[in-house]
Design a protein around this ligand. Structure first.
Ligand SMILES: Cc1cc2nc3c(=O)[nH]c(=O)nc-3n(C[C@H](O)[C@H](O)[C@H](O)COP(=O)(O)O)c2cc1C
Length: 372
């Protein structure tokens, strides 16, 4: 009990009376629930009961507020998508998605004579609007290549002919000549460059490493590893995330203090990545989880790529704690549609540092075939 008073006094002195009251109420509620309510009514029964009702579930999360930031991010992402699209400033994700759809159409075994008719005019308009004569944007070049291939391939309808006219006028006004970034047969790849044994060794070697040498991590090494990470699959190739890297010890300290999982070793992290998902890549809330999937797939590839360069890493959880989220948002200057997916400590491993063994589940326990 004495520690509660000490803590209350320090909150009062450092933050004032209002935060003290807020924290006091929260603490009292926590105590009430853990000591009284959950003893009388088991948590499992209450939660099961709430989860059966749509209204109670919504009410529960409205009161806890843990989903608020995610919901705000999704809505503000859709708004950002719409703004960029209608203003035609930088319809990047729409271009990528459309070009991806056209590539899929071109790659179909039974390719249709006419496809993409419903959006071809939009995508041509988007590419024309986004093109910058000094661009070194490889994705825009890819878009131009795919559109050229498309117009070489499809049958003409009135809509497609109009789009082609616009595209040809655009092509004749720029200096870029299409360069073959279009669907290709799989046989163009040689044998896999990594043996199954080497891949397994790499996977076993990739262990969450929390102790690092006091040695700078060259930015070029991280960039090269990121090149690998960026080859990861993503929904419609939109790659809806970014890596914010920190190698300034003060910033690393500040950022990692907002996490829970790095306490005890955060002061020896030489490089910290904050992986930020961007809901602005999506126009519909049905895709609300994609930022987490895209970012995580790429994070996994990054970890493997770092290992091949003698670097080690450890994912750090980003828990949905509203206060920490607010602080992170203001520290990193995140936009409302941007959410931290996870953090990653990166560095040269301290070879004397200990690594948890972390026995894994057997394949049989997680795999099934044709189960219905
Ligand atoms: C999403 C995610 C969050 C994690 N969060 C933390 C964390 O906050 N702190 C930490 O030290 N390790 C964290 N880890 C590392 C896990 O503890 C580790 O991957 C797991 O125990 C298996 O060990 P291994 O990575 O060595 O195979 C996290 C891993 C993942 C994938």
């Amino acid at each position: 009990m004495a520690s509660v008073f000490v803590r209350a006094r320090s909150v009062y002195r450092e933050e004032g009376i209002v935060p003290l009251l807020r924290k006091g109420v929260r603490f009292a509620l926590q105590q009430f629930f853990t000591r009284v309510v959950w003893n009388v009514l088991p948590k499992s029964r209450i939660f099961r009961f709430i989860s059966r009702s749509r209204v109670l579930t919504a009410l529960y999360f409205f009161l806890t507020g843990t989903f608020y930031r995610e919901q705000r991010a999704v809505l503000s992402g859709i708004a950002a998508y719409e703004e960029l699209e209608t203003q035609r400033k930088a319809p990047r994700h729409r271009i990528i998605r459309s070009v991806h759809r056209i590539e899929k159409g071109l790659s179909m075994r039974d390719r249709r004579d006419v496809f993409a008719e419903s959006y071809i005019q939009d995508v041509v308009g988007d590419v024309v609007a986004a093109w910058d004569p000094d661009t070194d944007d490889e994705q825009l070049r890819w878009a131009v290549d795919v559109l050229s291939e498309y117009f070489d391939t499809v049958d003409r309808t009135k809509i497609i002919a109009e789009a082609e006219l616009k595209f040809m006028a655009f092509l004749s006004g720029i200096e870029y000549t299409p360069d073959g970034r279009v669907p290709f047969p799989r046989r163009e790849f040689d044998e896999p460059p990594v043996s199954p044994e080497a891949m397994e060794q790499l996977a076993v070697r990739r262990t969450s490493t929390r102790w690092f040498q006091d040695r700078d991590v060259p930015r070029s090494e991280v960039d090269d590893a990121l090149e690998v990470a960026m080859q990861s699959p993503s929904a419609c190739n939109r790659q809806s995330y970014e890596y914010r890297l920190y190698d300034d010890p003060e910033l690393i300290d500040e950022i990692s203090s907002l996490t829970i999982g790095a306490s005890g070793y955060s002061d020896n992290i030489p490089c910290l990545a904050v992986i930020v998902g961007k809901q602005r890549a999506y126009f519909n809330d049905r895709d609300k989880h994609v930022i987490y999937i895209d970012a995580s797939l790429s994070a996994m590839a990054l970890q493997f790529a770092l290992e091949t360069r003698g670097l080690a890493s450890c994912c750090i959880n980003w828990p949905a704690i509203p206060r920490n989220e607010r602080e992170m948002e203001s520290l990193l200057g995140l936009d409302p549609d941007e959410s931290v997916v996870m953090l990653m400590a990166i560095g040269y491993p301290d070879l004397d540092g200990m690594i948890p063994y972390s026995e894994k589940k057997p394949v049989e326990s997680v795999r099934s075939y044709n189960e219905v």
